[in-house]
Design a protein around this ligand. Structure first.
Ligand code: FAD
Ligand code: FES
Length: 253
């Protein structure tokens, strides 16, 4: 993990309220895997804490992340222009480790698709991916073309403005009998992961399932304990350092 001053290469809207920002690093950070994230300054010096964002793509010295405008920090980030300097700490956290997997079901909701795109882009030549992606509506859809490397791609929206009126978890369970899969990976809002965990239990599906958690974060590197989550065995884990990817049965959701 290194702390850099990066140069903004591009910062553009890719969907309603969602932007992609590409940063050029001053030196290479080596391999980055889907699920890892970076901690990015917002460009507003009154906001000391950096914002955690999943790494979508790394090409040479260029690293791209996508962000939904949520609060003051991400709003400030929309003002970053090509040539601006932003501090960034990366790569952070663990990743979706799919060693030995052959057929993987991918379940992504909203901005949760970004780390999953990195996984599919990195491993599609070795693994068959079956992707089930849900957005609020058509206007929130983005980067689905990046998931076309999946063997099968199903995109749904909450309001039916694109694809079926459904959500990513329901779309997966509607189709899971038709596909061969040995592992599930998922990222999305906490409620989506809770429903996924409950449904897997109800249906007696005990295939390995890995989820990436989103907790409020401070330091991003294990020191402040802002991001602590409860594990199923009663112990605590730091999402930034021990995660963000966990086995679904390992954590309380
Ligand atoms: C590992 C990880 C990866 C993430 N990847 C993405 C991504 O790829 N794209 C994306 O749009 N969002 C992602 N998020 C969520 C994103 O970090 C928050 O939406 C963002 O920090 C909100 O900042 P804000 O200043 O706009 O909001 P505010 O509410 O003003 O933020 C105040 C403080 O709370 C923290 N905070 C608020 N919401 C969250 C949250 N959900 N998760 C973590 N910290 C939060 C902020 O970092 C900041 O320190 C990720 C979160 C985590 C933990
Ligand atoms: S954010 Fe500080 S310990 Fe995780």
């Amino acid at each position: 993990m290194k702390d850099f001053v990066s140069t903004v290469k591009e910062n553009k809207a890719i969907a309603d309220n969602i932007y992609m920002i590409t940063l050029t690093l001053p030196e290479d950070v080596g391999e980055v895997h889907g699920g890892q994230f970076l901690n990015l300054a917002t460009g507003d010096s009154s906001k000391l804490l950096r914002r955690p964002l999943g790494i979508v793509k790394k090409t040479g010295l260029d690293v791209s992340v996508c962000y939904q405008v949520k609060g003051a920090g991400t709003r400030a980030l929309t003002g970053a222009k090509a040539g601006d300097k932003l501090r960034v700490l990366l790569p952070l956290g663990n990743w979706f480790d799919l060693d030995g997997c052959k057929n993987v079901a991918v379940i992504g909701g909203g901005v949760g698709i970004f780390p999953l795109i990195a996984v599919v882009s990195e491993l599609y030549s070795q693994i068959n991916f079956y992707s089930y992606i849900g957005f609020r509506n058509k206007g929130a859809m983005c980067l689905t073309s990046e998931l076309e490397k999946s063997k099968k791609l199903t995109v749904v929206t909450d309001d039916g403005s694109y694809g079926e009126k459904s959500n990513a978890v329901a779309a997966f369970f509607d189709d899971c009998k038709n596909i061969e899969y040995d592992t599930i990976i998922a990222c999305g809002p906490p409620v989506m992961l809770r429903v996924l965990k409950g449904e897997l239990k109800n249906r007696g599906i005990d295939k390995p399932c890995y989820v990436s958690l989103e907790e409020r974060m401070g330091c991003g590197m294990g020191a402040c304990l802002v991001c602590v989550c409860k594990k199923s065995d009663g112990s605590n884990a730091r999402v930034c350092r021990d995660g963000p990817v966990f086995g679904i049965s390992e954590v309380e959701l």
